[in-house]
Write a protein of this length. Structure first.
Length: 163
């Protein structure tokens, strides 16, 4: 009996210790990496609050992400997404630069001044229903060599549009 109780205690401790806590980020919080750059790229996710739809056994959080530089031509040098959990922004993934041209329609990772670029089917997909905050980020260089950034958050919920 004692070994069984010890095993149950160890499993419950491990499960509780390893749980990820998803919460709403504090207002104006950003990853440290982005805080050292001036914001010069607009990033908009639509819809801002994103509810999943269930198809068969898979959940789809369907949204779009748009980027725009109004001040000058910008060459993107890095982009990706952060997730907010356990009290901080955590890098989910940095994407290969060649994917920017494919997904957003840029050429050689360059944002032309005043030209919007949209990834229309930037969807989160999974078989587990959970909500949380994500942040898409972009880092680039101006023609003068200044490094700038842009970022936009999106709230993915655990409330399916269909039941």
């Amino acid at each position: 009996m004692k070994p069984l109780l010890t095993l149950i205690f160890m499993l419950s401790f491990t499960i509780n210790w390893c749980q990820t806590t998803y919460e709403t980020p504090p207002e104006n919080s950003i990853p440290e990496k982005l805080s050292k750059y001036r914001v010069g790229i607009e990033v908009v996710n639509f819809p801002k609050e994103n509810h999943p739809i269930k198809i068969d056994d898979t959940y789809y959080w369907k949204h779009s992400t748009a980027i725009l530089s109004q001040e000058s031509e910008i060459t993107i040098t890095e982009y990706g997404a952060y997730l907010y959990y356990n009290g901080s922004w955590n890098l989910r993934r940095s994407y290969p630069l060649k994917e920017l041209d494919k997904t957003f329609g840029t050429k050689r990772q360059v944002l032309l001044q005043g030209q919007p670029y949209v990834w229309a089917n930037n969807w989160r997909v999974g078989d587990t229903l959970f909500g949380g905050w994500a942040m898409w980020y972009f880092i680039g260089q101006t023609p003068e060599g200044e490094t700038i950034c842009g970022y936009g958050t999106i709230n993915t919920t655990d409330k399916p549009l269909n039941k």
